[in-house]
Design a binder for this molecule. Sequence first.
Ligand code: MOS
Length: 704
Amino acid sequence: MSQIIGTSVSRKDGIAKVTGAATYSAEYQLANLVHGYLVTATIASGEIRSIDTSKAQELPGVIAVFTHLNAPKVFKPTNNFAKSKIYEARLPLSDNQIHYAGQIIGLVVADTFERARDAASRVLVDYSTQPLVIDASLANFKEAPPHFGEEMKFSIGDVTKGMETATAKVVETYQTETELHAPMEPHAIIVDWQEGDGVTIYEHSQFVLGSQRTYAELLGVPTEKVRIISPYIGGAFGSKGFPWSHAVLCAAAAKQIQRPLKLVLSRRQMTALTGHRSETEQTIRLGATADGTITAIDHEVKSVTSPVEVFTEPCTNITPVMYKTDNLQIMQELAVMNVGVPTFMRAPGENPGMWALESAMDELAWSLKIDPVELRLKNETKIHQRKNLPFSAKHFADCLKVGSQKFAWKDRAKEPREVHRDGKLIGWGMAASTFPGLRGAASVKVRLLKDGTAHVLTAGNDIGTGAYTVAAIVAAETLQIPVEKIRVELGDSRLPDGGMAGGSMMSASMAPAVMAACQEVLKQAGVETAQEAFALLEETGGAAFEATASSAPGEESKKFAFQSWGAHFCEVAIDESIGRLRVTRWLSVMDIGQVINAKTAASQIRGGVIMGISQALMEECQFDPNIGYPVVYDLATYHYAAHADIPRIDVIFVGEPDTNFNPAGVRGVGEIGITGVSAAIANAVYHATGRRLRSLPLTPDKLL
Ligand code: MOS
């Protein structure tokens, strides 16, 4: 059989998804089901003086109304990644304090959704308000705490001296606005308690076994009594990794009322309750000698968090990784504002970080009169300057070279405002991409059946990324049977722990475990090939061979730094009379290690580029300065890209399998696509217009 890894395979779950056969969290049909609706705060800072639920309670069909005065019991979780983790450290309804607009202050349960919603609107609340902090320019910034155990302040050499020796300098500040994950599938949960403390939770989860452990701790039941069912997820982008407050409350309330309970959030509720990417303000100082050698890189970042949780948008992750310098400094500051919880959102840190650094690199290239591709090639670093380790299988230079060749970058106009087409200014821009190669432990069960099929089972998840198909391809390759003969089951906590579908690590975690389990099942059957195993089953009348195997990171991260790389090249067309910016051409060249499925890997890059174009052109969530409420609250008011905003996106993969990282050689391809996109666009805008825009999004008012 020819090799299937690296070819284009259509999604295993594609037909189920487009025909409606795929069941999402809110769609499970349970007997005796009742419905919840949240009551949320209409102030952003203060406290509840009194809350009157009598008008809600007397309505027909209303079963219960929970507030802080009768909150259902929830235990405090360890709140540590390895054990359990919730997004918002404050437990729901834990007191009468209000920290942000839209915070949960009650839950109404009724026999229908409409009755629950109606009753929720009749809960009367008397607040005392306190001054709110909603404007970052007035917030009190302090040094950010360590992020995943790493200090947010770090330096090598002396940046001040490095800047003094520079002949060209860039000292500029770049901004990004608050952004929303906006998944197509809203946040939803159904909780079904059984006799004897067992509970089944139907909830989209990027981390099924993590979610299981967390609910067990929160609800005070043994882990094995909790079952999480999450076979399909309609978009997550970091917002479905851990339980949110509404889900915790729903689970505890369902236990008290002894009925299966469903809670679906409205888009407006999601804006406050299911995370966002913090706004950032980033100051970059870059210095270089006349030949383009970088002498200093300084990256200082401000981001904001919520009173109820600490989360720093780690923009400086990328700073020691991209370009070689003897003088490097990073520093992050954090302030508390009266907003909901900021959290992981597609390439957290890397995305806004690359916006600032890759914009500044373009400014440096113009000031040196050096081609921006050349400037990057010249300053490539072979080592991770913070970990002090060599990068494994790094092909960043190939991304730049192949990209400039395929895009015909050498034909670029030498000066801004040179090219016109159909009354519009045309500009070309480029920027680099990067994302770390991450990997977790994963276990997979493989079953060979008499009918010549193989089943691959793991609790790991497909968040739209193509993991079902990746698992099938790796099994087909290892077992040397057609991919059509593989059935994959994911997203159920009764299956072996597949790790987390976050940090772009599902493929790197799962693929080696699939390989190991396929090899193990053949070994246990005492055969060399799957065909022999099938023949043996036929001969003996046995039903199946089955084996489980695990794979986990080892010592490799002590020897190498693992990082994926890329380069984006784009063209924009700008109509200055109306401030209209359109992206008209796109090429991304990526080095992600081994490509498992050329089709879905390219789709992942395209998805990232689309989200990046959207971020660059229109995404922003503003807060009302008086009441602190987000002024965008649904998919109409939160502007993001539609098909008509997106050009054809060409994707090319370069590089080699990174077998230092894992036996499958895969580094993952989820998040890298979005990194650098907004910078490439702003750099093209400069080339088109001669105007440097340093504040996202690049809305028409900034282009007039
Ligand atoms: Mo991703 S932001 O790690 O889901």
